[in-house]
Design a protein around this ligand. Sequence first.
Ligand SMILES: [Fe+2]
Length: 575
Amino acid sequence: MKILGLSGALNHDPSAALLIDGEIVAAAEEERFVRAKHAKDRMPTEAARFCLDYANIAPHDIDVVAFPYAPIGLDTPARWHYAKRHWYAPDRSLDALFNGNRRYRRLRARVIELGRTLGIDWQRTEFVPVEHHLAHASSAYHLSGFRERTAILGVDGKGEYATTFFGWGEAGRIHKIKEFFDPDSIAGVYGAMTEYLGFEMLDGEYKVMGMAPYGDPTKHDLSPLLRRRGGDVRIDTRYVNTIGLRRYKENGVGYYFSRKLVDWLGPRRTDDAIDAPYVDYAAALQKLFEDTCLRLIDEYLGDLLAETGLLAFAGGGALNVKLNQRIVARCDVKELFVQPAAGDAGTSLGAATYVAAARGERLSRMRHAYYGPKYTNDDCVAAVRTCADALAWCVLDDVPRRTAALLAAGHPVAWFQGRMEFGPRALGARSILGCPSVAGIADRINAQIKFRERWRPFCPSVLDRVAPEIVSSTHPAPFMTITFDVADAWRSRIPEVVHRDGTARVQIVERDTNPRYYALLEQLEALTGNAVVLNTSLNRQGEPIVCSPRDALAMFLGSDLRYLVLEDLLVTKRT
Ligand SMILES: [Fe+2]
């Protein structure tokens, strides 16, 4: 069966994923093609076209279009909860009760229209809506490869109405235990505070997480933002997760927090400094988020974890790598699986896998994220020739060895190889690399291209055989979705990729999923003694990760980087 998953339900991070007979054939985010970060308010037109082209199938061959947003009935508590909790915005409250699926109908119309644009025959192809949190849950559980009973956690801003999901999976079926509904969203609190701390919601959360280790979480008590009530969490919407007239406004822009929060904590952070009190707020927020999630795991998933120790985690909250470190450290957790596109981009894959599993197809573990476009050397040569005045190039006889030599000599290298990654992390296909034992390499990368805040950590890719020694753990980590404590002996060996708190967001590289990247690490080990490379995404600040050779060259020419390894080509600047 050919199933095309399309996300884009929540006006950000649209993507497409194609499953054929239970196997992921292609998956990509729209932002990479349209070159606009998060591709807000768009549908995944180009991503869907890529999936069909890559698989070389015609649109009318698609059996099912799966969409991660579904109608929610009045016979469930979701809309009633929303209406009751938003009494202070009566128009929204009444809308949830009397017209609560308006957004679904609008989105469905957009998908049908998108299908027509692609050439899908709706007489033949079935449209299947999947509840947003079931799509998230499926993207984690069905791709975890776990065969025993598995606890499932979903922590997300908001889907249709649900914000947080607890459930379990067994024999290819997902069962709900408990959901929280809007506005009672723990991830929503993190998003609102991300706005308060001067970043963009749905983009800057990882910056808050990076800032947190610089602050003292005990200096401020943010617990009034949420209360436990019975088995539920109640967010105090007088402060955060705020809508309507209660929203704080500045220069005509409305925020997801209130004036009352500003009266309590002081003005919103507006500069790049990481000073008190904001850095302490970030620390307190991160701790509140972690502690709350861990307590809820105890409450709703503790029995399941005691039984098998398997946890599949999805939603934007699953990209909180510090929380994931604490989950992995739990004595009742044997293994945590977070698929690389844990945020909304992954719901295309989630909706598709949900439908596949429901129809009896067997899904296997997602072992890598290389499901995007790939390009030949001829494609690369053609692209470089369009910039012949500015660029020189040669074909490398041994790409890993020559690249490792450049890295060991202290140069940052742009690395473009194979199929583009699915999800927000560069994992050795579209990366900027550096040698983490070269003092100042992170600063050099920042000076040459990234221009990002120095307090944000760079992360390492490490060879599988040395990873246990570096992170004192044998837990799988192929996707940079978990941080680990770096062993004392290694902190001084690779200081450029160790965060202030002694942790690193590690990618463990295996030979069979990325042989060339593996060979590069082996070569670097031969030269420096460390099978570790600094790996950051191949993009300029504010832009999506590059997709094509053309994108790579535009990025390269717009930076001070000196070396670009484009498949087998080494590209340099003429000046
Ligand atoms: Fe979501």
